[in-house]
Every structure is written in C-alpha cells, then in structure tokens.
Design a protein around this ligand. Structure first.
Ligand code: ADP
Ligand code: MG
Length: 623
C-alpha cells in the first residue's frame, strides 16, 4: 500500500483543469469572462492553429495590480467573492478562482496587465514556473487592461491533447463560444482572428437595429427576419429576446441561446418550458430557434452547480417554468397577420420591402422562407416559382374533379367588385389579408391587399381557426354538444374499445359521448356540434388512435389539444370544396382574428405573402 503524500501545486491544478479546461474553446470562454468581469468594453481574441498553438485575449478592463498578479494565477484566488454570503448572489461570471491556475498548469501562460489606478507607468508580466507554480514577475509595456497569452495548450498533458479534434473543428468551437458571449454583451466589442485572418469584428451594439444586426450576424439574417421580439416582465422576472416564428423551425436544436443574468446556460427545465410553448404550433419533430435573456434576482438562482458554470439551479423552478411557458405561449399566440404589415411585432419587417428577389419572395411573415434550414425551405424561392409557371404552361395539370361548373352568383360578383373598389380607394381601410379574388385548384385562395398578393392554404387556415375555437370552447366548458339522432356504432380493436371505456370522462370533456358496447365495438352518442358536418366515424378512429399513444395522466392537456387538433383537422374544409367569394373573405377575416393563425395545427404555414415589388422582380419589371 503506497503512503499518502500531498500533491504538488501543479498536479492539483492539472486535476482541476480536467474539469474546466476541456479544449481551447473552454480557455477562450474563461478568459473572455474574466475580461467582461473586469469591465472590458473591447476584447480582442487571436487564435493560432485552432487555439492549440496560441490563444491571446486582450482587453481594456480594469487590469490587475502588480501586487495581485502572482495571486491571480494561484488556485482559490479571486477578487469576486470573499465570504459565503457572496456565493448566494453572484453577479459576476467567474467566482471559483480556478481558471487561471488551471489553464497555466496545462499550458505556457503569461499575463500582462496594467491596472486602472496606481502609479505604474507601464504594466507587469507574470508567469508561473515549476512544480509548485511559483509566479515570476517582470516589467512589460501595456496600456490599461490585460492580455493573457496561452501557448502550447496541453503540451504537458498528452492524454488530453489526444482528444483534440482538427484545427478547423477546434476553431469552430471557439467561434461558437465567442458568438454566444457576444450575444450576451451587446455593449462590448469583440474581434476574433484566426491565423491572422479577421473572422469577426462585432462593434458595440446600442440601438435596437444594431442589436438585431449582431443577432443576424451570429444566428443568420433569416432568423431575425422570422422571429418575434419579446420583452415581458412579471413575478420579479424579465424575459426578453427573439423567438422564431413556428414556421421557421430547425431540424436540430442548434439555434437555441438562453441566458440567465447574462450567463449562457443549458437547462432541462428551460428547454422544456420553451418546447411546451411551441407545442401547439410547431411541425412535428422540429425545434424552435431562440435567443432569450432571463433576468432574475441573483439570489434565486444557484450558479455554483458545475465547474464550467453551464448549468444553474433555480430556487423556484416551477415559477420560472410557468413564467417562460406563459410568456412565450402568449407571444406566439399573438402573432397576427396585421403585425406583418404594420411591422410592429416582426423583428425583421424590413425584409418585405427590400433585399434580393428571393429574399422578398420568401422572407416575409410568411411564413415561407427561402432558406434551406426551414421547414418550408426549398418549396419557396424564385427558382421554384419559375419552374412551376413553366410547368403550368406546358402541361396544365387539371384534376378531373376540378369543378369548372360552378358559376358565381350575381351577389357574389357584386361583393367581389365592391371589395376591389375598396382596395383602390385611397382612404379605405383594407384588412391585412385583403380581399379574396379567386380559389384555385380547390386548395388555395388568392387574395390581394394594398401591398401585394396573399395566397392562403384554405384547409390549413380553416383547421387552425376551428382548433382555436374548440380550445376556447373547451376552456370555457362551452363546447356545444349535439346528440346524434341515430347513434353511430363503430367496429374497433379491443384495445381501442378499452381505451374508450377508461377515458370516458376525457372524451366527455371534449364533447364526445362514446361508449364501449362490446368487446370490439363502440357507440358514438354525442359530438361537439362544431363538428356536425364532418365524417364522425373517421374522426373518432383518428382520435382513438391518438389517444392510444398517450398513457400518462399529466399529458392530459397536451393530449386534449392533440385530440382537438385532430378533430379540427378532420372537421375543416377539405380541399376541392368550392367556396364563394364571401365565404373566402370571411375565412380571411377569421384568420386575422384568430390566435396562431399563421400556421396550421401541424406547424405548416397557412398563408404566404408576395409584395408587388417581389412580383415585379419576378417579371423583371422596371429593371
Ligand atoms: P475567477 O474569475 O473565478 O475569479 P480566475 O482564475 O479566472 O478566477 O481569475 C482570478 C482573478 O484574476 C480574478 O478574480 C480577477 O481578479 C483577476 N483577473 C483575471 N483575469 C482578469 C482580467 N482580464 N482583467 C482583470 N482582472 C483579471
Ligand atoms: Mg474567471
């Protein structure tokens, strides 16, 4: 049995580094955080060979006193906390006092600093040497602030070094870290250079527009164009930032930035709350994109959970969850067609009037975006439109069931003429989604407003409207029931029949009276009157198969919505139903008044807007 001995300083620090310094990007994170804690407003990051050869972070912060320099490199040395109470309400990014010690134990680190106050004309350099990491000081020239240079990372810990990926990969991690931090501090300037090449130069962003530009640089311009600005307060909490419209979703959860008091974190509770807020509007299996800032009393959140400080613990998790959920749920519900045209709720309203043709075509609320990462991507875009119109010319696809026969009534024609007159009148108010002009292929409604052309997927739109109405009715327990004159019996599987029996009450809440009458047979006695015109048998079958998927009772709400959504889908106007102009117009008005009407229950867009500008460009008008 070997005897016990005290580890050398360096070895102890290297063990700590195991947690804190995983790769070059973690060094960059710690050093930038130190600069920000020192009040820096300008941070320059130089990287060579993916950070393995060199990382240099220069700031214009308060600097470090000559007497403190040696201490800064030792473990458990920090200026950010002094007592246990300080740990209860941490306002700085760092506080553990181990980053510099850890980093310098696994690299060749030198730090030059000049303090804000004090009579040192120039600065001082400090390096740690030997097994016990004694600090060596020497004079050096430096302006106010600090420069930390980290060379040959992991030169003395080859095992760690083996885990590093290619230069490109390591640099992209660094890039990601810099971007994340840049989104948390709009007031600071960040310059990032790799192998002497400038990668980012993010100037301080003060105005709303400058902030949006920075978000656009980091998250891509289409994110800003397709997101809603939120800023909500309540229960001592504040939530602000940008959340993507449901129709701008991603296949991966990669565009999700969440900050708590300026610190980026990953938290299950937060992710869940946000996901839930999108539940009703997001296409299946897609992920929302967001940049969100939560501000709360520092004493209500414990940041001392993990050495890298990526995780936090909320003292009142439930409260945070509910606040996030309800704020975002509301924000998403309130996106109405009108916002698109007055530009108030849309972060990127500018996109409708300027930009390249393809931007214009897709970049509007609309919900279709000419970006591949979107659900609708690839379906929109200039190229496709051209292609489609050619197709239309050479081989017109007219389905046999297409109803040519229905001649509009004189009243309908009158109504249409009036609408169009209203449209051209100078002072008359035109509703956001305009007036219907025609229905094509039994699927789409074409409408015009003052700005351009609106195309509506009539089934998708009606589905959302029906759904929202049913939810409201369900909520108010006002769902009007309609007993069936002749009860409808349906043959089902044994497990479906059992499900009917056990979920009897749930169905009743939804306005359906269903009974199991035999091993494999159920009877429908009553349905919500809102669905009286739909195919009841098919609807019940769909609803049943949905119900079978949900087991646990805490899913009732989701499950109810799901049921309502399925019912709404099956109860809504099907393609190929001929609508009159007044019917179409009333659908447009309903859309304007309905929450979340920009997407159907499955997250697909319900309408697309093309500005006259965009149309002109399509036809090379005025060029
Ligand atoms: P922590 O950030 O947890 O306090 P660090 O090891 O990262 O621990 O840094 C130790 C101390 O060194 C900090 O508390 C701070 O006083 C000082 N320091 C580090 N970097 C800077 C900097 N860029 N500017 C000014 N002071 C710094
Ligand atoms: Mg630190």
């Amino acid at each position: 049995m070997p005897r016990i001995n005290l580890l050398s300083q360096r070895l102890a620090n290297q063990i700590a580094a195991g947690e804190v310094v995983e790769r070059p990007a973690s060094v960059v994170k710690e050093l930038i955080e130190n600069s920000l804690d020192a009040g820096a407003t300008r941070i320059e990051i130089d990287v060579e060979q993916g950070g393995v050869k060199l990382l240099r972070i220069k700031d214009n912060g308060q600097g470090i006193h000559k007497e403190d320099l040696a201490l800064a490199l030792s473990r458990h040395a920090t200026s950010k906390i002094a007592e246990l109470e300080d740990l209860e309400a941490i306002a700085s990014l760092g506080f553990r006092g181990e980053a510099l010690a850890s980093i310098s134990s696994v690299s060749r680190l030198s730090m030059v600093s000049k303090a804000e106050i004090g009579d040192d004309a120039s600065g001082w350099r400090v390096e740690a040497e030997g097994q016990d990491m004694n600090a060596r000081l020497s004079p050096a020239v430096h302006g106010q602030g600090t420069t930390v240079e980290v060379r040959d990372l992991f030169f003395n810990t080859p095992a760690r070094k083996k885990f590093l990926k290619t230069e490109k990969t390591e640099f992209s991690r660094i890039d990601e870290i810099v971007k994340r931090i840049a989104l948390s501090r709009f007031d600071a300037q960040f310059n990032l250079n790799h192998n002497q090449r400038a990668i980012h130069n993010l100037l301080p962003a003060k105005s709303e527009q400058e902030k949006q530009r920075r978000v656009g640089l980091v998250c891509g311009p289409s994110f800003v164009e397709n997101s809603v600005r939120v800023d909500l307060e309540g229960a001592g909490l504040r939530l602000s930032g940008w959340v993507s419209l449901p129709t701008f979703s991603r296949s991966q959860a990669d565009l999700q930035y969440f900050y708590v008091n300026g610190r980026i974190i990953r938290d299950k509770l937060v992710t869940h709350a946000i996901k839930q807020a999108y539940r009703d509007v997001l296409f299946h299996g897609r992920h929302p994109a967001y940049v969100l800032y939560l501000e709360c009393d520092p004493s209500t959140v414990d940041v001392n959970v993990h050495p890298t400080k990526h995780e936090v613990r909320f003292r009142e998790g439930r409260l945070i969850h509910d606040f996030l959920f309800s704020s975002l749920h509301k924000a998403l519900a309130q996106v109405k067609p009108a916002d698109h045209f007055d530009g108030s709720a849309m972060a990127g309203s500018a996109a409708t009037s300027s930009g390249s043709p393809s931007d214009n075509y897709g970049g509007s609320v609309g919900q279709f975006v000419g970006n591949n990462s979107n659900y609708a991507g690839g379906q929109a875009g200039l190229g496709n439109i051209e292609q489609q119109s050619h197709l239309g010319l050479t081989e017109p696809r007219v389905p046999s069931y297409y109803n040519y026969g229905s001649t509009p009534s004189p009243a309908a024609i009158q109504n249409q003429l009036q609408s169009l007159e209203q449209l051209s009148g100078e002072n008359s108010e035109v509703p956001p989604l305009g007036y219907a002009v025609a229905q094509i292929h039994g699927i789409y409604i074409l409408a015009q407003n003052k700005e351009g052309l609106i195309t509506v997927d009539m089934h998708a739109a009606h589905e959302r409207i029906t759904y929202e109405r049913m939810k409201l009715a369900c909520l108010n327990e006002e769902l009007v029931m309609q007993p069936l004159l002749v009860p409808l019996s349906i043959a089902v599987s044994a497990s479906e029949a059992d499900c009917v029996e056990s979920k009897h009450q749930d169905f009743k809440k939804l306005g359906i009276v269903l009974e199991k009458v035999a091993e494999e047979s159920v009877v429908v006695r009553q349905i919500p009157s809102i669905l009286r015109n739909s195919n009841v048998e098919q609807m019940i079958r769909d609803v049943l198969s949905d119900v079978l998927e949900y087991g646990s009772s805490d899913r009732i709400q989701a499950h109810q919505d799901e049921l309502l959504s399925t019912m709404a889908c099956h109860g809504s106007v099907r393609a190929n139903r001929q609508l009159t102009i007044p019917e179409m117009n009333s659908l447009l008005r309903d859309m304007e008044a309905t929450e979340r009407s920009g997407q159907c229950n499955h997250g697909r867009p319900t309408w697309v807007f093309q500005s006259l500008d965009a149309l002109d460009k399509l036809f090379l008008r005025g060029q």
